[in-house]
Design a protein around this ligand. Structure first.
Ligand code: SF4
Length: 396
């Protein structure tokens, strides 16, 4: 090893279409913290996305991160690539897939070490954003790890079994936009104090806006917390409705708490797990309720945590050989529900009664378009053969 050792951080090129590589949903925050930790020990650190031909940096350690198990092939491919480029370096793989299936990960990546769980030392460091190749206008933070719930379909509590939280974040905020990666932000025992603090933070004399990527545990929402969230400038609040239609009253009450605090209905989104043990027809009833409330839906297609592939393609007819299809669902239903949600969300965001690609492409004269927006359904259908009305159930 030379006097200054080198660590190469690798984010495999995951299939995240239409998102920049540093999109807030896929930022390799674990690698950025590890980078800070390595630097604190005197190492030189470089971060790469996907497979790059490096000629000016010879690593002693290669650290490959992983995400969902169904993207494991991208991890294995990146690990093999850098192993062949630098056969003498120590290869370490961590992240979600590595933690859930360490043996499979070791076998497929050829890693010298598979790291399970959160790195306790690196976790104490702030993410080093200077490792990225662009300056971001946001930063990622955690005020807590783990979750107090034990939802059957979720792996968070398996990866982070203990719920740990901090009561203050202000000395770690350097941007005017903060994305919180907490799994259950509201379960923080200091939540009131924390929200009051966040409301007062200023960066460059300007206020800070916050977004909770995983949404809020609606069961913990109260009138006071909703107001504190609004006062602290949390945007796009999301709650989850993963259970049965019978929960409709409780979900509606949670939405009303947010609206009473000042959030518009279209800024609120409801997470909905589908391709799971609630049938397509019941999911359609849930979708119709969200249409009635004029809130958006964030659809989450269920994939088992041990599924090693996912070649889902919304434009093709597919089978279980391509992606996981729950025994109570069909490929057609999965795609239809997903499409319905997307069309409904467009209508909610733009205040439309129906969705029509012909209309979107402005395939008719302007005055006819404005007439059709409020015309009777039959008239709309006779002119726009692709018109789809969210208010109509697609139950089959
Ligand atoms: S509340 Fe959310 S993060 Fe917590 S176990 Fe359930 S799904 Fe996972």
């Amino acid at each position: 090893m030379r006097s200054t050792p080198n660590a190469l951080l690798v984010q495999p090129r995951f299939p995240t279409p239409r998102k920049s590589k540093n999109h807030k949903d896929v930022l390799p925050i674990g690698l950025l913290k590890l980078g800070a930790w390595y630097k604190s020990r005197g190492w030189k650190v470089r971060l790469v996305h996907g497979n790059e031909l490096l000629t000016d940096f010879e690593p002693d350690h290669i650290l490959v991160t992983s995400l969902f198990t169904y993207w494991s092939e991208y991890v294995a491919e990146a690990a093999r690539y850098y192993r062949s480029l630098f056969p003498r370096a120590k290869l370490l793989v961590g992240g979600i897939y590595a933690s859930l299936l360490p043996e499979d990960c070791k076998r497929r990546t050829g890693a010298d070490e598979v790291f399970v769980g959160v790195h306790p030392e690196a976790e104490k460091f702030e993410a080093d954003y200077s490792l990225l190749d662009e300056e971001l206008d946001y930063q990622i933070l955690h005020a807590s790890r783990g979750c107090i719930r034990r939802c059957k379909f979720c792996f968070t509590w398996k990866l982070e079994p203990e719920y740990k939280a901090v009561c203050s974040l202000d000395d770690r905020i350097h941007k005017n936009k903060v994305v919180l990666y907490d799994n259950n932000f509201l379960a923080n025992p200091c939540i009131n104090q924390l929200l009051e603090e966040l409301a007062e933070v200023r960066v460059n004399q300007r206020v800070v806006h916050y977004e909770c990527q995983s949404g809020f545990d609606g069961r913990l929402l109260t009138s006071k917390l909703s107001s504190l969230l609004k006062r602290a400038r949390f945007i796009n609040p999301r709650i989850a409705w993963d259970g049965r239609f019978a929960e409709v009253k409780r979900i509606h009450e949670q939405i009303e708490l947010l609206m009473d605090a000042g959030y518009s209905s279209k800024s609120i989104s409801v997470f909905m797990l589908y391709n799971w043990n609630i049938s397509f027809n019941e999911m359609e009833r849930k979708r119709l309720k969200c249409w009635e409330w004029k809130v958006q839906i964030t659809d989450c297609r269920f994939r088992p945590m041990r599924q090693l592939y996912d070649r889902f393609n919304a434009r093709k007819n597919q089978t279980v050989l391509d992606y996981f299809i729950h025994e109570t669902w069909t490929d057609e239903q999965v795609k239809r529900f997903r499409k319905n949600v997307r069309r409904q969300n467009i209508c909610i965001r733009h205040g439309l009664r129906f969705h029509s690609p012909i209309l979107e492409r402005k395939g008719l004269p302007k005055d006819e378009i404005s007439y059709l927006k409020n015309a009777p359904i039959d008239m709309v259908r006779s002119r726009l053969t692709d018109a789809w009305f969210p208010s109509e159930s697609q139950a089959i």
